[in-house]
Design a protein. Structure first.
Length: 93
């Protein structure tokens, strides 16, 4: 059974050392709180998530505009919306 909300934040704020090292869902399960509560407390303390994002390499960026988004997605093992977003936001190609 989850803790009441006021106690949830107190428990989490007393144990910030695990934040950003494990996924929010793992921290939530450990302290019996919701993932949203973990996210809120982590963001309030300026702790980044542990999520690793695949940075675009120069070689991958060079594919943008030369091939369709679907083709680039297949070549780089990414999804089409991610390729489109990179193409629209990237000034390197």
């Amino acid at each position: 059974m989850p803790l009441p909300y006021g106690q949830q934040t107190k428990v989490l704020e007393a144990n910030l050392d695990g934040f950003g090292k494990a996924h929010d869902s793992i921290v939530a399960a450990k302290y019996r709180v919701s993932v949203n509560t973990v996210y809120t407390v982590r963001k309030a303390h300026g702790i980044p998530s542990n999520r690793q994002r695949n940075a675009w390499t120069d070689e991958e960026v060079a594919l943008l505009g030369k091939f369709s988004d679907a083709a680039v997605a297949k070549m780089t093992c990414r999804n089409r919306p991610g390729v489109r977003a990179e193409r629209l936001n990237n000034t390197r190609y």
